[in-house]
Design a protein around this ligand. Structure first.
Ligand SMILES: [Zn+2]
Length: 300
């Protein structure tokens, strides 16, 4: 089975030398049957362009370190293989693209196939949901999003505010994805997508990777289980998400997990939970990875 996870923050953790245990390891991806792990290069908290550039350089170096340890980089999601885990690069926070569209070309050449317009800070492209819900994409944001799409790089709307989300939907050339987002109707957090956003995103052929962070799954993050996560998957299905959703764990970026879902080795428990909830084997395979591949088929 092809199993794809659309978001993890391991490279940032490596590049900043964060202490503590990592959620991800090649062994755990093998154990959990993960075929493709998207590894986000996450902008972090500095707004100094030189510091941001240095951080991204270190994250590219961290990706090289993984390769030296035997990890394989996929330059295209269709390289996903059931027996051998691969990783694919993404960007979370487009600050490094601010100097010009040529940087996007460079990143694409290095295998970056997905980029979130913002993390939690306003940048030259747009404004995140945690800052305001007033301003849409900036003119450079629209230009940059279209340029990414022309290169087969998915525009990621996780973290983006609602007007920016609709600008991506209405003013750019390909459906976006939300690599790690949940349902606002089930957990009222500004990072989550409203029912209207989800319906509109699915209607244009977008994709959502459900985030595993308990604080996005249930108010207060309390009593969060694998079933709580599956409630979000069920809800998205009711809004037209069949064929258009999967997983965006946020492993190595979250300090709490749903009970029993501590790291990628636990993915089989999540798949078993889906089967128990009545999803057929074909549904489970679609959610696990085929929907993600179908999305890339629509955009590149
Ligand atoms: Zn994030």
């Amino acid at each position: 089975m092809i199993l794809i996870d659309a978001h993890a923050d391991t490279l940032h953790k490596m590049a900043t030398g964060s202490p503590g245990m990592y959620d991800l390891s090649l062994d755990r991806l093998h154990q959990g049957g993960v075929s493709l792990q998207v590894m986000a290069m996450f902008v972090g908290e500095s707004n100094d362009p030189d510091a941001i550039k240095a951080l991204f350089d270190r994250m590219f170096q961290a990706a090289e370190q993984l390769k030296a340890q035997g990890w394989i980089q996929a330059m295209d999601p269709r390289e996903a293989d059931a027996d051998t885990p691969r990783f694919m690069l993404s960007v979370e926070g487009c600050e490094p693209f601010e100097p010009g569209l040529h940087i996007i070309d460079d990143y694409r050449k290095q295998g970056v196939r997905m980029a979130a317009i913002t993390w939690n800070y306003e940048n030259a492209l747009g404004t995140p949901a945690c800052i305001n819900q007033d301003e849409g994409l900036k003119p450079y944001g629209i230009k940059a999003a279209r340029h990414m799409q022309s290169l087969g790089m998915a525009v990621d709307v996780s973290h983006l505010n609602i007007p920016g989300f609709y600008d991506v939907l209405h003013k750019t050339d390909a459906p976006p994805l939300a690599s790690h987002s949940c349902c606002r109707a089930l957990c009222d957090h500004p990072r989550n997508l409203t029912d209207q956003q989800l319906k509109d995103l699915f209607a244009v052929g977008g994709y959502v990777g459900v985030n595993f962070y308990p604080h996005f799954l249930v108010e207060g993050g309390k009593d969060c289980t694998i079933d709580t996560l599956i409630d979000h998957i069920d809800h998205m299905h009711q809004l037209g998400g069949a064929g258009k959703l999967g997983f965006g764990s946020d492993f190595d970026g979250i300090d709490k997990k749903p009970e029993g879902l501590d790291n990628p080795a636990d993915f089989p428990k999540l798949l078993e939970g889906l089967r128990r909830r009545g999803y057929t084997q074909a549904d489970v395979e679609a959610i696990a990875g085929l929907n993600f591949l179908a999305y890339y088929g629509r955009i590149s």
